[in-house]
Write a new protein. Structure first.
Length: 254
């Protein structure tokens, strides 16, 4: 099966690296230099520069541009695509239908871990494409099909934006180690090991049970946990999801 990427930014590159073993990949973009750079990095892809008119008939498109680029892109596309898999945050299926002609539409939100085949990808859209969409994106990690675009926008705030939030947590833990007296290299090694070992814990435990299993009465973990509660870490994370979801809704209304 051939997948046609429209766009070649960071998310597109992550997806391509994850999918290239199982699919033919064609990448169409506006910047010839960046396309050539991508071709050097991933030689097996096909590349092409978008012109003023580009026939999308029967193509399976992965739409991977910035949401505000859609208005400029859509007049360049002609014909009726077989399918569109959009990773545009906040851009509704209704907007996609007004912009690009296709037989079926999917909204999906992977994250940058796709290039390591570890993406948490949320999917919704036409039921006729459900099985195929899950099959495609299972190649880059774990998928979750949700019933509505509202749920996908909420999931985007968690799993799509989540790597940035976890990066802040990781950086903060490193900084805490350095502040207490560790070298930066040692602090980073500890944080990397921590994150690597934490995911398997979530397979069989709730976050609350993990916390209770580590926190002994009057111990070091309890002291650190109390400090985080005083600083509003929990509320900050809840607000981050709320604000990201609100932004997704705002983008969808534009």
């Amino acid at each position: 099966m051939k997948l046609t990427f429209l766009g070649n930014g960071n998310m597109a590159k992550a997806l391509i690296k994850g999918l290239i073993k199982d699919y033919q990949i064609e990448v169409l973009g506006r910047n010839e230099t960046s396309l050539n750079n991508l071709k050097e990095e991933i030689p097996s892809i096909e590349i092409g520069v978008l012109s003023s008119s580009n026939d999308m008939t029967n193509k399976n498109i992965i739409l991977c541009v910035k949401p505000n680029s859609l208005d400029d892109l859509s007049p360049r596309l002609t014909g009726i695509a077989s399918s569109i898999y959009s990773v545009l945050a906040g851009t509704t299926i209704e907007t996609l239908k007004e912009s690009i002609s296709a037989k079926a539409y999917i909204r999906t939100m992977p994250n940058l871990s796709a290039s390591y085949l570890k993406s948490m990808t949320t999917i919704t859209g036409d039921e006729a494409l459900k099985t195929l969409a899950i099959e495609i994106f299972n190649n880059i990690g774990t998928t979750l099909w949700v019933k509505s675009q509202k749920e996908l926008d909420i999931a985007t705030a968690i799993a799509g934006s989540g790597p940035a939030y976890l990066a802040l947590i990781a950086e903060s833990l490193e900084d805490g180690g350095v502040n207490a007296g560790l070298t930066r290299a040692d602090a980073r090694k500890l944080v990397q090991g921590l994150f690597e070992g934490f995911s398997p814990l979530l397979d069989d435990n709730t976050p609350a049970s993990i916390k209770d299993g580590v926190m002994s009465p009057g111990g070091t973990t309890a002291a650190g946990y109390s400090a985080m509660e005083k600083c509003g870490v929990r509320n900050g994370m809840i607000e981050a999801i709320s604000c990201a979801y609100a932004k997704a809704k705002e983008l969808g209304q534009k």
